[in-house]
Design a protein around this ligand. Structure first.
Ligand SMILES: O=P(O)(O)OC[C@H]1O[C@H](O[C@H]2O[C@H](CO)[C@@H](O)[C@H](O)[C@H]2O)[C@H](O)[C@@H](O)[C@@H]1O
Length: 273
């Protein structure tokens, strides 16, 4: 299959740079909504069929393959079976954790996380949150999910101001996402995580694919990296839930299935060279 062309000049130049010198390229991927289709229960997430095989193919050609996720690194690794990908780096908790060569490295979470852990269930009860509201305790952060309520958007609207107030009291930040609001430590985002990794790996070109609001800082980092001479391509795994990411992307693919196809096309294009 011919490769789909990014809609921007910068995106086309970056794809060309990846194909011309793949050993210097870094490709990084969000997990939920990008490598894994969205499902009602986050504990049952699984990669789109065949997409991890595409990463395995690319790992033999590209300099660096990474996953940058809001999940704990070991959760993404387990759900995704990502340790099949040779040399993969998994940056968890928006970059606060790193899994590499079988080991997770992370600093201790700030005390505000324990405060939220003790107060959040009481708060949710006191607000009479609808049935299906679910707290995901991720260790370094807590996320309140509404996807399994009768009206997920309305539930988020009810909860949002109260969660913001709790986050502020705990010294944490609020991270909104697809039918979820997360309370997490300050000081790191996917943009900083991606930039630091590009520097560390001395990458000559970067590709980043994501689907949610938490991926926009990584898209901004790609834009900044271009000004320093590193060509960059942003890919949106699109959904009707978040349209801002498609607006910011050089290339839009229809969800994780579309990304799997695109990665297969990239591997084919590399094999033709
Ligand atoms: O950075 P990501 O890898 O995209 O992680 C972001 C959040 O993903 C998960 O929630 C999302 O996916 C769930 C499973 O498909 C879905 O049920 C939920 O509605 C989505 O928001 C995860 O549970 C969160 O902890 C991550 O922060």
């Amino acid at each position: 299959m011919p490769l789909p062309a990014p809609s921007t000049h910068e995106g086309r130049a970056a794809l060309d740079a990846v194909l011309t010198d793949p050993a210097k390229a870094l490709a990084a991927f969000d997990f939920d909504g990008t490598l894994a289709p969205i499902v009602d229960d986050p504990r049952t997430s699984a990669p789109y069929p065949g997409i991890v095989d595409r990463l395995v193919d690319l790992a033999g050609r590209l300099g660096t393959i990474a996953v940058v996720t809001g999940r704990p690194a070991d959760t993404a690794l387990r759900l995704g079976g990502l340790d099949r990908v040779p040399g993969i780096i998994v940056l968890g908790h928006y970059g606060a954790e790193r899994w590499m060569d079988g080991r997770v490295v992370a600093a201790d979470p700030p005390p505000g996380v324990a405060l939220v852990r003790s107060e959040l269930p009481v708060l949710i009860d006191s607000l009479d949150a609808p049935e299906g509201t679910w707290i995901e305790d991720k260790g370094r952060s807590l996320a309140v999910h509404t996807r399994r309520t009768a009206d997920p958007e309305a539930a988020l609207t009810l909860l949002a101001p109260h969660l913001s107030a709790l986050a502020e009291r705990a010294g944490l930040r609020v991270e909104p996402g697809r039918m979820v609001i997360e309370l997490r430590p300050q000081g790191v985002d996917k943009g900083e995580a991606l930039s630091a990794l590009v520097d560390e790996r001395a990458a000559g070109a970067v590709l980043y694919a994501g689907d949610d609001l938490g991926d926009l800082p990584a898209f901004e980092a790609v834009t900044r990296l271009r000004t320093t001479g590193v060509p960059g391509l942003t890919v949106c795994s699109s959904s009707s839930e978040v349209t801002e990411v498609a607006d910011a992307a050089d290339l839009v693919v229809p969800g994780p299935g579309g990304l799997a196809e695109f990665l297969g096309d990239v591997a084919d294009a590399l094999n033709r060279r």
